[in-house]
Design a protein around this ligand. Sequence first.
Ligand SMILES: Cc1ncc(C[n+]2csc(CCOP(=O)(O)OP(=O)(O)O)c2C)c(N)n1
Ligand SMILES: [Mg+2]
Length: 375
Amino acid sequence: MKAGSGTSSKSAGAAQAPKKTPVPRSVKAPKAAAAAAFDVPAPPTGLVPFERKLALGLLHDMLRVRRMEEQCAQLYGEGKIRGFLHLYIGEEAVAAGALRALRPADRIVATYREHGHALLRGVKMDAIMAEMFGKREGCSHGRGGSMHLFDAATNFFGGNAIVGGGLPLAVGLALAAKLQGQKSVIACFFGEGAMAEGAFHESINLAALWQLPVLFCCENNRYAMGTALARSESQTDLSAKAAAYLVEAESVDGMDVVAAHQVSLRGAEFVRERGLPMFIEFQTYRYRAHSMFDPDLYRDKAEIEAWKTRGPIHGYSARLKEQGLLTEAQFLKLDAQVEREVRHAVAFAEAGTWEPVADLTNDLCTPPAKSGAAR
Ligand SMILES: Cc1ncc(C[n+]2csc(CCOP(=O)(O)OP(=O)(O)O)c2C)c(N)n1
Ligand SMILES: [Mg+2]
């Protein structure tokens, strides 16, 4: 895995931001692509076995994440959001399926690709957008930016820029929950690239050894920056890798929100009731580049198009329509409602305030600088 870039939260400055590019509206089914050429499985089909409220709720969740992030990409091009920005576009079914399986007292730990997890956990879109802008009204008071969304009130423990960095935190939270006799689940989201890090092996080993309630949620989007899984790992069966630690492990189609939700319900119940860890591999795909700085030269554009045939939103909408749970008019209404929420969030962020220079040493672990003193 190539290290070194993609970790700093320093603002890059508007001058370095890429030129404004049109953001495609991407929930329509693409034309049939040569999916077979890239070994892309057929799109998920079949009955959506949920009652209508939940079925539409999952669609709403995915749309909120998609539209918010499309807007973020646009704002990045305009220089209003700066620094690093890692979009989750294409992977929404994972966060939507998993987060609806958790309870308010459960705790979530995520990566730098965490905007959707924060939103679906209950962090307000306004507060997320303000954080993206670096404004004081953001959920991390403008100090974190895209990679460090945090909200104690909803038990959302970040946002972590270090690959694998959330895993030991999740194990610590799980140990605390166990020692305090709480029956909560600590859900930790991480990419398949993190499974090459020592932190993964140390964390899953301790969780298994000490019987800690961690739900390990691996979002296998097939690439760690520009490195395809098979180029860096001898064992590409991620469930087998986790199972080596004697942890219950499952792999699931992460482009299918139905499967993602069902496995997450099973996983959360297993962890909560048995007090043991469980590992889930969600097989997914990111449609956008790794980050806004990535020219995305390591994969064929046709591969991306082929994966779009499995798009989690249009595929699921089509299934809902077939079942009579959704009409096109209802879809458009829902989408318009989400658009309004996004517009409100942008206006909120625009109207937000910058932290005054005088406050810059607040919340630091060092004594405040005396004027003129060397630091
Ligand atoms: C410890 C560490 N090494 C390297 C990096 C640089 N880096 C940022 S993201 C990334 C790829 C991680 O891929 P994966 O875990 O699959 O998550 P994805 O980005 O695909 O969601 C790398 C290598 C980092 N942030 N932290
Ligand atoms: Mg990855």
